[in-house]
Design a protein around this ligand. Structure first.
Ligand code: PEP
Ligand code: MG
Length: 565
């Protein structure tokens, strides 16, 4: 048998080897009876009963997910309950039943119309279509007495293959037994992708209809990094994937071959990400994206809830630094209850520190109070805070003054607090150009290459049409990084990186050569980057960086680094 490769979007940089189990949750409904044969009252009652039963199931799944994955991930089930009880949708179902359809057909028809509407909206709203579909399929299954396919007790080594996986589906997957999953549809930020990252499961989404040609029981390698699904893999391929999966986890901090310490930390969004970060050997947290504490809920977390979240992160690492980024709302991170303005170019609009010093000043104050208190907790000395999307020295000063004035208020009230280590993200060209002016005012920089690449190259992140251009391996982006690190030299200011680039082990030597002190990434690649650090010699790395900085194209950068583009 010769191997063949299908391509999709890899969403976790992990590999898995296993056997395909096709998951097809729902077969088509049979043709409905003639309207005159439908007992309207009986069908309305069946719908009400099904709605109640579905709500009970959702409550139970919510609890299970909160336990196994995390409170924030479990919040998706609240959204499902809302859809289940949304009067616009339920009135639609009732109308369809009154129009002569049995309950399951009425549900199928009404929900499908809403699914289509959401899909047409695209973007994040489009991704909500998966939630609606999930609620629809659940109701149809309850109404047609369908058996729930049990994703939680699959044979060990299963690779789940499906048209799509809804949040309830992914929540059932047991990472101990499942070797990965692959779907026909889906994007990098779909719920399924986010769950895959939280559970550290190899996963590929968006393979397309070609995936239907892969048969149940086929042996496959899921390469969640390249997005390649290899069917009927050769023995060498399987061994390589197994070896990649079997990477050595180092729980101790690492240094280069010539003895220079490099901190290797994890990026987290929710507290559920702490477990994988510790398990994969992260030294600490290099980026806590606190806006995730504010998403998928009805109202913002209060000061105590935030305080507890920061303290829990600090307690998870034995002396490791935890860098908390203040709210970065706006851009591609909408928060429904904040009623953000409709902007033509949200990435160039009111985002990050701009909102914290403007319309979200109250939210910012609450967060600052929680952070100052957390800095005074038992492990608080390891807390660092940084401001997102800073582009002027005034913003940095204003942000810092906010910390100082809130600390004075807390002192006046006799509340224990400390000023934590203070830094900024360098993710705008303005911050990179002005890094020498910023450096004396901060303890550290953390370079956010996701935004830095987008703004340096004027290529929207996430827009596939310009993804070649917005690549962090573009010479202009590398020069912006170099300018930032060089500006901090001689100042008491360490420099880290927390964009996706930091987690690319093929670039570790270059980043050490450019002078980065810390690299922070999604937990899954921590072991590979730690291994790469130990193999790096800083003199060689510097020489490599100098050559790369002379390159005039991305292709030349890749050639020097012997990378495949
Ligand atoms: C970045 O921009 O590189 C970054 C780490 O921040 P985020 O991806 O959260 O915008
Ligand atoms: Mg950013």
């Amino acid at each position: 048998m010769t191997e063949r490769t299908l391509s999709g979007i890899g969403v976790t940089p992990l590999s898995g080897v296993g056997t395909v189990v096709w998951y097809r949750p729902d077969a088509d409904l049979p043709e409905p009876p003639a309207p005159e044969d439908v007992d309207e009252d009986a069908e309305l009652a069946r719908f009400e009963d099904a709605r109640a039963a579905a709500e009970d199931e959702l409550e139970a799944e919510r609890e299970r997910t909160a336990e196994r994955v995390g409170e924030e991930e479990a919040a998706v089930f609240d959204a499902h309950v809302q859809f289940l009880n949304d009067p616009q949708i339920t009135d639609g179902v009732t109308d369809a039943i009154e129009g002569g359809l049995p309950a399951e057909h009425a549900v199928q028809e009404t929900f499908s119309e809403f699914v289509e509407q959401f899909e047409n909206m695209g973007g994040r709203m489009g991704e909500r279509a998966d939630d609606l579909r999930d609620v629809r399929d659940r109701l149809v299954r309850v109404l047609s007495d369908g058996e729930r396919v049990d994703l939680s007790s699959l044979p060990e080594g299963s690779v789940v293959v499906a048209e799509r996986l809804t949040p309830s589906d992914t929540a059932q997957l047991d990472p101990e037994r499942v070797a990965g999953f692959v779907t026909v549809t889906g994007g990098r930020t779909s719920h399924a992708a986010i769950f895959a990252r939280s559970l550290a499961l190899p996963a590929i989404v968006g393979v397309g209809e070609e995936l239907q040609s892969v048969e149940d029981g086929a042996e496959v390698v899921v390469d969640g990094e390249s997005g390649d699904l290899v069917v009927d893999p050769t023995d060498e391929r399987k061994e390589a994937a197994a070896a990649a999966a079997d990477v050595d986890v180092r729980h101790e901090s690492v240094e280069t071959a010539d003895g220079v310490d490099i901190e290797v930390a994890a990026n987290i969004g929710t507290l559920a990400d702490l477990g994988p970060a510790v398990d994969r050997g992260a030294d600490g947290v290099g980026l806590f994206r606190t806006e995730f504490l504010f998403l998928d809920r009805e109202s913002p977390p209060d000061e105590d809830e935030q305080y507890e979240a920061y303290v829990e992160a600090l307690e998870s690492f034995d002396g490791g630094r935890v860098v908390v980024r203040t709210l970065d709302i706006g851009g591609d991170k909408p928060v429904p209850y904040l009623d953000l303005p409709d902007e033509e170019n949200p990435f160039l609009g009111e985002r990050g520190i701009r909102r914290s010093l403007g319309p979200d000043a109250d939210l910012f104050e609450t967060q600052v109070r929680a952070l100052l208190r957390a800095a005074a907790s038992a492990d608080g000395a390891n807390l660092s805070v940084m401001l997102p999307l800073v582009s002027t020295v005034e913003e940095l000063r204003a942000g810092r003054e906010r910390f100082e004035s809130v600390a004075a208020d807390l002192d006046a009230d006799g509340v224990a607090n400390e000023l934590p280590e203070f830094g900024i993200m360098v993710e705008t060209p303005a911050a990179a150009f002005m890094a020498d002016q910023f450096a004396p005012h901060v303890d550290f920089f953390s370079i956010g290459t996701n935004d830095l690449a987008q703004y340096v190259m004027a290529a929207e992140r996430g827009n596939e049409r310009v993804s070649e251009l917005g690549d962090y391996r573009q010479p202009a982006v590398l020069r912006a990084i170099d300018a930032t690190v060089s500006a901090a030299e001689g100042e008491d200011c360490w420099v880290g990186m927390c964009g996706e680039m930091a987690g690319d082990p093929d670039l570790t030597e270059l980043l050490v050569g450019l002078g980065l002190d810390e690299l922070s990434m999604s937990a899954v690649t921590v072991p590979q980057v730690k291994a790469a650090v130990t193999e790096t010699d800083t003199a060689d790395a510097r020489e490599l960086a100098e050559r790369v900085l002379q390159a005039d194209t991305k292709a030349e950068v890749a050639e020097i680094l012997t990378l495949e583009l």
